[in-house]
Ligand binder design. Structure first.
Ligand SMILES: Cc1ncc(COP(=O)(O)OP(=O)(O)O)c(N)n1
Ligand SMILES: Cc1ncsc1CCOP(=O)(O)O
Length: 446
């Protein structure tokens, strides 16, 4: 049975916050999203250019229409904009029994007010008492509780005030702006405090409040306990910030898709590289081209998600010569390659679509053949490596790949080097995916 979650919020034309963020979040958790739009904002990552409020009657009608036909397992509020909308929302949601998460949206990241000055009282009087959970950030918690928040103890006091004095069932004060060494959120619920910690990650923050509260709502709709829903939402938002797409010229948006995209892409990579590896094993004369240090065959996640070694799959223990055959020591795993990973991550800085590579023993004959087949070949000379890069562990391959790409000012199919003291000469084949790399390999050696 599919669960249904409702967002009562404003629209952000930039797609980063508001109902757009909420719907993407609901989808990421496999929950059917329903909407009651309160306000239309002309907004981007830099500013809010215009606000057009929907009539309170139409806001109420949207809620009634979806509850009475489709049903709502949990709901959230975001931008409520003015006192009349707040009153209409309160009167309508009171008729129903679903859990309600209240994100007390007051000011956009860009600084624009999203709640009229005279609506604060209505928010406190009419909406907060209906909340299963209120999710303020530092400044919102200060406005609701009427106290200044300097650190964790103050955040706890404010959460308690929101519950005990304003009438919410629970409150979580988010610690993004608490100047602590970690992002610590403090929940007060059922007369108990609970802390949720995550490292501060650099990334995209537009829509964090909306997406966090929507993630809690989606998980409540799925029947999770409040504490568990918050734990999952914290993990979700940390990932969304880290993998945010660098779009626009202001605060870039959270990536709600990362939550489902990364596992899906990982599966595609396993499948594609695993199949290509099986085919590689069946190439007859490949052992003649295997280097003494072994071969590897790698495939990286798409550029947005390919940040480190753990985001690139390769063959555990490499592929080694075994009589007149080749054999993978282990199978496909993320984080299993070092050298080729450094090469592909550098290559992807120039050509993000090129995500796969394989290494062979260098041979002059293969290089001549590659050129005669029209493949683009470039090289680097380890003897030309600057001393400061040589001194840095793991710096040679990134420098070499960059040098080779800049040498031809084009996208090479093959990069080779002739080795150095203790370094075996090597040839690397690059391609968009393992199938393309295999095709180039077969052209070369068959
Ligand atoms: C339509 C709309 N609703 C809510 C917001 C707030 O989003 P943002 O500025 O990113 O702040 P947080 O949600 O991250 O606290 C908005 N900008 N637009
Ligand atoms: C390309 C290359 N250079 C030295 S060893 C090697 C083979 C693959 O190494 P890894 O398994 O670390 O990617």
């Amino acid at each position: 049975m599919i669960r249904k979650a409702l967002t009562i919020a404003g629209s952000d034309s930039g797609g980063g916050a508001g109902i757009e963020a909420d719907l993407k979040t609901f989808s990421a958790f496999g929950v059917h999203g329903l909407v009651a739009i309160t306000s239309v904002t002309a907004q981007n990552t830099q500013e809010v250019r215009a606000i057009y409020d929907i009539s309170p009657e139409v806001v109420a009608k949207q809620i009634e229409a979806v509850v009475e036909d489709i049903g709502v397992d949990a709901a959230k509020t975001g931008m409520l904009s003015n006192a009349k909308i707040i009153k209409a929302v309160a009167k309508t949601v009171k008729k129903y029994e679903f859990p309600l998460v209240v994100d007390p949206v007051m000011i956009a990241k860009s600084g624009a007010p999203l709640l009229r000055e005279d609506a604060m009282e209505a928010l406190i009087e009419k909406i907060i008492p209906l909340a299963t959970l209120v999710t303020p950030n530092k400044s919102e918690a200060e406005k609701l509780s009427g106290m200044k928040i300097e650190g964790l103890e103050d955040a706890k006091k404010a959460a308690k005030i929101i519950v005990e004095e304003l009438g919410a069932k629970g409150a979580i004060v988010k610690g993004g702006h608490l100047s602590l060494s970690e992002a610590v959120d403090v929940l007060y619920f059922n007369e108990k405090f609970r802390e949720y910690r995550a490292p501060f990650v650099k990334g995209c923050t537009h829509g964090t409040g909306c997406s966090f509260s929507a993630a809690i709502t989606a998980n409540l709709a799925k029947g999770k306990k409040l504490e568990e829903a918050v734990r999952i939402a914290k993990e979700f938002i940390t990932m969304g910030i880290y993998y945010g797409p660098r779009i626009g010229h202001g605060h870039c948006p959270v990536n709600q898709n990362a939550w489902i995209d990364i596992p899906a892409e990982k599966w595609r990579v396993y499948e594609s590289l695993g199949n290509a590896l099986k085919e590689l094993m069946s190439i007859d004369n490949l052992y003649e081209h295997a280097p003494e240090v072994g071969m590897n065959f790698i495939y990286a996640l798409p550029k947005l998600y390919a940040r480190s070694k753990e985001d690139v799959a390769g063959v555990k223990g490499r592929i080694v010569k075994f009589g007149n055959k080749i054999k993978p020591v282990g199978w496909v795993e993320f984080g299993a390659s070092d050298h080729l990973t450094r090469a592909i991550l550098t290559f992807m800085e120039f050509f993000p679509e090129v995500r796969s590579a394989l290494n062979l023993k260098y041979s002059e004959e293969l290089i001549k053949k590659a050129s005669s087949l029209g493949l683009k070949v470039s090289f680097y000379d380890r003897r030309e490596e600057p001393e400061e890069i040589k001194a840095k562990e793991g710096g040679t391959i990134p420098w070499g790949v960059k040098t080779a790409i800049e040498r031809i000012n084009d996208k090479p199919d093959i990069i080779y080097h002739l080795g150095d003291w203790g370094k075996e000469p090597m040839l690397l084949i690059f391609g968009e995916n393992p199938e393309i790399v295999l095709r180039k390999l077969k052209m070369l050696i068959e």
